[in-house]
Design a protein around this ligand. Structure first.
Ligand code: B12
Length: 476
């Protein structure tokens, strides 16, 4: 595990985690970018590669970026972006082509994974974009480019898809080039880099205030989502689920790097199963740290809760979304019924871990019809009261507004219903700025011109969210 350092002086290869243009509630470690950069950075220790993770698109960030690019010393700029940050990505790429036209600009990350219309074909100044299991392709592209004397423009014009298969790439990924009409898909066999252990770690870990520890190490032991049916999430469409079955020893080494840190497993659903019980949990208990993970309530039995708590788990995070059965049905999470949520939180209450509960307001059916109404809002309020009545220790309720993301059933359904969503312009609904996943992107107010009813529903959502949130939000 190498330390990945933040950029102070201009590096040869600069990684940037594109900033979120709303009020970002969680900062953490930009783990997508760390995963993408790992193979290149570790195999090229003699080359200078550093990163920027500004969090928000502040003037200071852009001034720093400009000062690095203007030196002409940055040969490649690699941007990791979510869909929410896509306009900032466009700005970063445009800044680079203005100040450093010879710099190669590559884009990747969650947006590129899920979008059909690839970034290199849409954003001026982006030479290449890579989606999917991108890290080996990124390493090879960077190595090819850095060992070449041509400018970025010449390199990209001379690049042919077959150059990528000649190199030592692995995994399933897409590459799009500003010089090719569309993205090309590659399946280079099993990826060596699907192993969730990190190759790179940050200089410092942030604090996550659901834990009393001064720092928290975010990590994953699986890829993909084992439930994978929610209409609003694209994770099911990715790699499926891979679990390290026999080797968790790296977690102890990772924990040694930050002796006071808690551990937070940010897997979509923390994996259960024999190797988790016989290997991972004992290892975590032996570490003696606070730790937490994300769970899916319908599969969380009383025995499993006891097992997690007995092995030192102090925090469980889960999405309970709504108290209305028709909303739960419409987003394809029908099992997360209020009765089940109350039962499971009662079980958790008996064992002691704290819970973080995510709510999703303003849900739409897959053809874009708004399912939320005053009645469903009241049911959600009742649900949160029922949870409180169980006596479970609540770290926070996290209210979100449902945001349409590329690659989801929701996005496909809305497109099939005739609504054109362009995931390169992010509409704003400032009324939702205070929510977790809030004012940026397509939601029921921004997919089409909202009706008077929808505007008043938005106000009721904000009022309900404020009521529920009274316990305060914890943050990284
Ligand atoms: C940890 C996490 C965070 C962290 C770190 C962000 C990050 N992406 O690194 C924090 C807390 C900051 C965060 C914030 C947000 N997040 Co988040 N987050 C995650 C989470 C749980 C894990 C990410 C991860 O490490 N995955 C594992 C790695 C290995 O996979 P990967 O991310 O796909 O990365 C691979 C490729 O994308 C590629 N790649 C990544 N970067 C780059 C860069 C280049 C140049 C290249 C070529 C390739 C490349 O290589 C990697 C290895 O193959 C994912 C869900 C998930 N399970 O993935 C959501 C997820 C990425 N987040 C999501 C969202 C919506 C957000 C927020 C908008 C929420 C909000 N409103 O605040 C913000 C956006 C912040 C921002 N600046 O844009 C969505 C993104 C969907 C989308 N299409 O954009 C996801 C997918 C959750 C979901 N299913 O909805 N998040």
């Amino acid at each position: 595990m190498d330390v990945f350092r933040q950029a102070v002086t201009p590096p040869e290869v600069l990684f940037v985690h594109a900033p979120y243009p709303g009020r970002l509630k969680f900062r953490a470690v930009p783990s997508s970018m760390f995963a993408a950069a790992g193979p290149f950075v570790v195999a090229n220790r003699d080359r200078q590669a550093t990163y920027l993770d500004p969090g928000s698109p502040t003037p200071e960030f852009y001034a720093h970026l400009e000062s690095l690019l203007a030196t002409g010393r940055v040969r490649a700029l690699c941007i990791s972006t979510s869909t929410a940050a896509i306009e900032e990505t466009a700005r970063i790429a445009a800044t680079s082509s203005l100040l450093a036209p010879e710099t190669l600009v590559i884009v990747g990350g969650p947006h590129e994974n899920d979008i059909d219309n690839k970034s290199a074909n849409r954003l001026p100044g982006v030479h290449l974009s890579i989606g999917g299991e991108a890290s080996s392709a990124l390493r090879n592209l960077l190595e090819l480019y850095l060992s070449d004397n041509r400018t970025a423009e010449e390199f990209v014009r001379g690049l042919h898809p077959r150059n990528l298969t000649e190199a030592d790439t692995c995994g399933t990924f897409t590459v799009a080039s500003s010089c090719w009409p569309a993205g090309v898909e590659f399946d280079q066999g099993p990826s060596r880099f699907r192993d969730p252990r990190p190759l790179l770690i940050p200089e410092n870990y942030p604090r996550f205030d659901v834990f009393s520890s001064p720092a928290t190490i975010p990590l994953m032991v699986s890829r993909g989502c084992s439930y994978g049916r929610c209409t609003f999430c694209a994770e099911a469409n990715r790699d499926g689920s891979v679990i390290r079955t026999s080797d968790y020893e790296w977690i102890a080494r990772l924990a040694d790097r930050a002796p006071e840190a808690a551990l937070y497993f940010q897997d979509s659903i923390f994996p259960a199963g024999n190797d988790s019980s016989s290997e991972l949990l004992p290892l975590l208990r032996n570490l003696g740290r606070e730790w937490g993970c994300q769970v899916y309530l319908p599969t969380l039995t009383e025995r499993r809760i006891a097992e997690l708590a007995d092995h030192g788990c102090t925090y469980l995070y889960t999405g309970i979304e709504s108290g209305a059965p028709d909303v739960l049905e419409g987003i394809r999470k029908p099992k997360v019924q209020p009765r089940l949520v109350a039962e499971r939180t009662r079980w958790i209450a008996k064992k002691g871990p704290r819970v973080g509960l995510s709510l999703m307001f303003g849900s739409m059916s897959t053809n874009g019809v708004v399912l939320e109404n005053e009645r469903s809002l009241n049911l959600t309020r009742d649900l949160t009261d029922a949870v409180r009545d169980t006596g479970v220790r609540i770290a926070g309720f996290y209210p979100n507004v449902q945001t349409v993301l590329p690659g989801t059933q929701l996005a496909r359904g809305i497109a099939a219903a005739g609504q054109d969503l362009d995931f390169y312009t992010m509409p704003r609904a400032p009324i939702f700025d205070g929510l977790e996943d809030g004012g940026v992107g397509y939601n029921f107010l921004t997919v089409a011109t909202p009706s008077a009813n929808e505007l008043s529903l938005a106000e009721s959502i904000v009022a309900t969210a404020k009521d529920i949130q009274h316990l305060g939000v914890c943050s990284w």
